[in-house]
Design a protein around this ligand. Structure first.
Ligand code: ZN
Length: 914
């Protein structure tokens, strides 16, 4: 895929030997006219064999981001556990100049490196057979800076160039030949040679600096790392701004202080102050929880001007999208929240993932579920105003949605191929995994759980730990043994969302509750597997002042449990919303819960709404039941409660309403929300809480873009025009309007003001380097409904003016408009190759995801299937994503056909009489 030339033999004066001609680019092996011996063993595209184990690395890189290429030498100390004439490792898009094996007797052997599989599996042939021993493998090489945000890649801001790394999961092989697998944790000695005027950072503190005789280059030697897997190695070089943060002071767990710094593109240093100030308390929080000191010798938070994911937990050098960390006078409340949350997630990884690492990708949930769960705890405890409990619950509900697909992954998914590794980082791994951890925490109690976590981390510190290790520790510490183990495995090792049907039986002053389990499935879907779980389920029994919560282990298809305290006026089958399951309960009980919402906690009110919505998804209720439940929730000051049924409302409106019924739905929404939105206005007020700010954004966006409320839209357009210089004051200045409604205002202006607004946005994108503002500008650009401008926006995304990490904002802004689905598809099918070639390995299936948005019919599913199926061999991980997208579209179509539009018409007719 990446053109490269086979190198001529390289000779160096004074070198002890000349190198072999080596072609490290898989697709060019045949063209080289040089074919090293093929070995009897097939390339290991899964795990590497245990016959060669890396013990340590010395990595020397010469990096000038202003150039197109970098060069390096990697020396790997390798233990051969048996006699071998070759070993397997990884290298991708690397041009090898010379390979040498130094055996235990210090004899040098010429070797060759040949890539044998497109995923970067390479063999190193020794040219001789070596008995079991420790050897040193020395590889001199060079490579182009990656242009897809993986390995060692380059990104430019104006005339400045930066080099940054992103290795997880399998991109270290683009930066240096390596045993690129998480179980191989070794110390690394990193040395960087960079231009004298640039800043270079790595995982550890520099211990030595030397300048070249001509003064143009400096060489930094960094302290030997703790044992790390290749995917946690990081370096960055460029004209970075460095801002010293507060030192992380010693405490009862840690004796040494830890240096903290923020690192960002030139000129952005001061914008890191807020996040740096938050960081010491987060580090301390995890130290106290884990009883393990922060594991590394310093902590740098680096904001990269372009980045594929949100952030990456490299040991001691966390790399973020800079948009997540940069906070200035015009930052939105949501920017603060996101910065805190993502930072808490990545710092949690320094223990969960970095200190203790998973041996193989099937357990990547251990990293991600743990970091997500720990981040939730930290946010709830350290920033109560962010309502972390509700944010966490909304994430869980998101994972539940994807878990209703028969093609959903398990939390602990077997890894069969390279594509499985790339698609392992989904909502099931993160949010379902975190929800399951929390469910067991609630069941066992916080103290027991903490004790188990501490024991697990201590036992595996600086090494590896698997799910089996963790479960064994929790089972032992909790004293629950086999029951705990069975319950955890039932949630980790099979896919699907449990449904608990609960019924309370009262007679003669005594009460029992019957709990039944099955897989939650949307209307028309049948799971031939009939999975069963061993499920901790807590039920809250309402009795006024004598309400109680009782927890049960539902370890059979159905069980009846005695209820302490007797009968209850109503009961909530998921107390505190802490269980990973949906529930169903007789209509009378659901109605009682709705009639006394104030008796429920905020998370419980949200899952009450979810139960109303779930019933509809199962095809067991009419739209009217959802619509009638809305007024009870709409007036809540808590945004997550007030808007808890808006997604279902939007679905009903989009897929069931007609020209005859739509005006009534819009009017209904306006009656519930417009006065509130108007009262909140379009600007944050000094006294606004974080919740108020969130409520404002949610209501404004709902009314403007779902029900097209004319007054709200007009007000937003005014704000958008003000920012874009189309009102009284000329020139674009986004700071003229409220940062939280900026995205909505720009979008409304582009949609309603046509070409002048579109042109102003396009002009601003040419000069604006505030990443988060760029996301809003790009999303607004994509959202135009004008066919000609839409075409311009799509073409713009295919130019280098839109960074790789920005593409999703533009195209999701586009296809997020139901009006644009056809035009986007037309464009995508003719520009597919150009767009696909820009995406990193891990994000290759994004185009399938984007194309699936706003589709809800079988022909629309078929269109996707027909286009993507022949292309699947070239889309890493595409088969799973396509299967999930098609299933999701077909589920939507089945529900739509089942409900029909008559039932909505009936509700509208009955409602218009009010
Ligand atoms: Zn993570």
């Amino acid at each position: 895929m990446h053109p490269s030339n086979c190198l001529a033999p390289v000779r160096r004066a004074g070198a002890r030997m000349s190198a072999w001609p080596v072609c490290a680019v898989w697709s060019l092996i045949a063209a080289c006219g040089f074919m090293p011996p093929a070995f009897a063993d097939a390339p290991p595209t899964g795990r590497l064999p245990d016959t060669a184990i890396p013990l340590s690395y010395a990595l020397q890189l010469t990096v000038d981001p202003r150039n197109a290429r970098f060069s390096g030498q990697v020396r790997i100390h390798v233990k051969l556990t048996t006699s071998l004439n070759h070993l397997w490792l990884h290298a991708s898009d690397i041009e090898v100049a010379k390979v040498t094996i130094l055996d235990a007797g210090h004899h040098a052997h010429k070797a060759t490196l040949t890539v044998r599989d497109p995923s970067g599996v390479a063999d190193v042939a020794f040219g001789t057979t070596l008995p079991a021993q420790e050897v040193e493998l020395v590889i001199d090489y060079s490579a182009a800076f990656n242009d897809k945000l993986q390995g060692l890649y380059k990104v430019s801001v104006g005339s400045d160039a930066y080099a940054v790394t992103q290795m997880e999961p399998t991109s270290a092989r683009y930066a240096f030949p390596s045993f690129d697998e998480p179980r191989f944790k070794t110390p690394f000695d990193v040395t960087l040679t960079v231009p004298t005027d640039e800043v270079a950072v790595a995982n550890t503190q520099p211990v030595k600096e030397r300048t070249s005789t001509d003064g143009r280059w400096k060489t930094l030697t960094f302290a030997t790392t703790k044992p790390l897997p290749t995917y946690l190695i990081a370096v960055a070089v460029g004209p970075w701004d460095v801002l010293d943060g507060p030192t992380i002071a010693p405490n009862s767990v840690r004796k040494q202080s830890v240096a903290l710094r923020g690192i960002g593109p030139r000129g952005t240093g001061p914008e890191f102050k807020w996040i740096l100030d938050q960081t010491p308390m987060i580090v301390k929080y995890y130290e106290e929880y884990t009883a393990q000191p922060y594991p590394f010798d310093k902590l740098d938070l680096l904001g990269a001007p372009d980045f594929g994911a949100g952030a990456m937990e490299n040991a001691g050098l966390i790399v973020f999208r800079d948009a997540l960390l940069r906070i200035n006078a015009n930052s939105s409340a949501s920017t603060y929240r996101a910065a805190f949350n993502v930072n808490a997630h990545e710092i949690a990884h320094q223990w969960f993932g970095d200190l203790v690492t998973v041996p193989w990708w099937n357990d990547i949930w251990l990293n991600e579920a743990f970091a997500t769960w720990a981040q939730g705890k930290a946010t709830v405890d350290l920033q109560p105003s962010y309502s972390g409990d509700l944010a966490r619950l909304e994430s869980t509900l998101g994972a539940m949605r994807s878990d209703t697909l028969l093609s959903a992954r398990r939390i602990r998914q077997p890894i069969a191929n390279f594509g499985d590794i790339q698609t392992a980082f989904d909502g099931i791994t993160y949010q379902k995994g975190a929800a399951v951890l929390r469910m067991f925490e609630e069941w066992l109690g916080e103290d027991t759980y903490r004790a188990a976590m501490r024991e697990y981390l201590a036992a595996h510190a600086y090494g590896s730990g698997s799910a089996d290790d963790l479960i064994a520790t929790i089972a032992k510490v909790s004293g629950k043994g086999e029951a705990l183990s069975k319950a955890m495995h039932s949630l980790l090792d099979q896919p699907g969302l449990p449904l608990v049907r609960a019924a309370l039986n009262c007679a003669d002053g005594k009460a029992t509750v019957t709990l039944q389990q099955s897989r939650f499935l949307p209307y028309g879907v049948v799971d031939p597997g009939h999975p069963q779980w061993s499920l901790p389920a807590c039920v809250k029994f309402e009795r006024g002042a004598n309400s109680t919560t009782q927890c049960f282990l539902l370890d059979a298809p159905q069980r009846e449990f005695p209820v302490e305290g007797g009968c209850a006026s109503s009961y909530l089958p998921n107390a505190n919303a802490s269980g990973y399951y949906r529930f169903s309960t007789p209509a009378t009980n659901l109605a009682s819960l709705g009639d006394d919402l104030q008796a429920l906690s905020a998370p419980e009110q949200v899952i009450y709404a979810d139960a109303v919505s779930s019933k509809f998804i199962q095809g067991e209720s009419a739209p009217g039941e959802v619509l009638d439940a809305m007024p009870k929730l709409a007036q809540s000051p808590t945004p997550q409660i007030a808007t808890s049924l808006l997604e279902r409302f939007a679905w009903i409106r989009q897929y069931l309403s007609t020209d005859a019924t739509r005006p009534a739905l819009n009017a209904y929404a306006a009656k519930l929300y417009a006065a509130r939105a108007e009262e909140l206005g379009l600007r944050r007020r000094p006294a606004d809480t974080d919740a108020t700010t969130q409520l404002r954004v949610r209501l404004v966006e709902f009314l403007a873009f779902t029900t097209h409320d004319p007054a709200i839209r007009a007000a937003l357009v005014t704000q958008g025009r003000l920012a874009l210089g189309l009102a009284d004051v000329p020139g674009v200045d986004l700071a003229r309007i409220d940062a939280d409604i900026r995205g909505a205002a720009l979008k409304a202006a582009v949609q309603d003001s046509g070409e002048p607004a579109f042109k102003a946005v396009l002009g601003e994108l040419a000069v604006n380097h505030q990443t988060r503002e760029r996301y809003d500008l790009l999303a607004a650009l994509g959202s135009t409904h004008d066919p000609g401008l839409g075409e311009q926006a799509r073409d713009f995304g295919a130019t280098p003016a839109v960074a790789v990490g920005e593409l999703r904002y533009l195209y999701l802004g586009d296809v997020g408009e139901p009006e644009n689905v056809g035009a986007f598809w037309q464009w995508l099918t003719t520009h597919y190759e150009a767009l696909a070639s820009r995406l990193p390995d891990q994000f290759q299936p994004s185009l399938i995801n984007w194309a699936a948005v706003n589709r809800c019919s079988k022909p629309q599913a078929d269109e996707l299937r027909n286009f993507f199926t022949p292309r699947l061999p070239h889309i890493i991980g595409g088969d799973r994503v396509l299967a999930q997208s098609l299933e999701s579209i077909n589920q939507c179509a089945a529900l739509r056909a089942h409900v029909g539009d008559d039932s909505l018409a009936t509700w509208v007719a009955a409602h218009s009489g009010h």
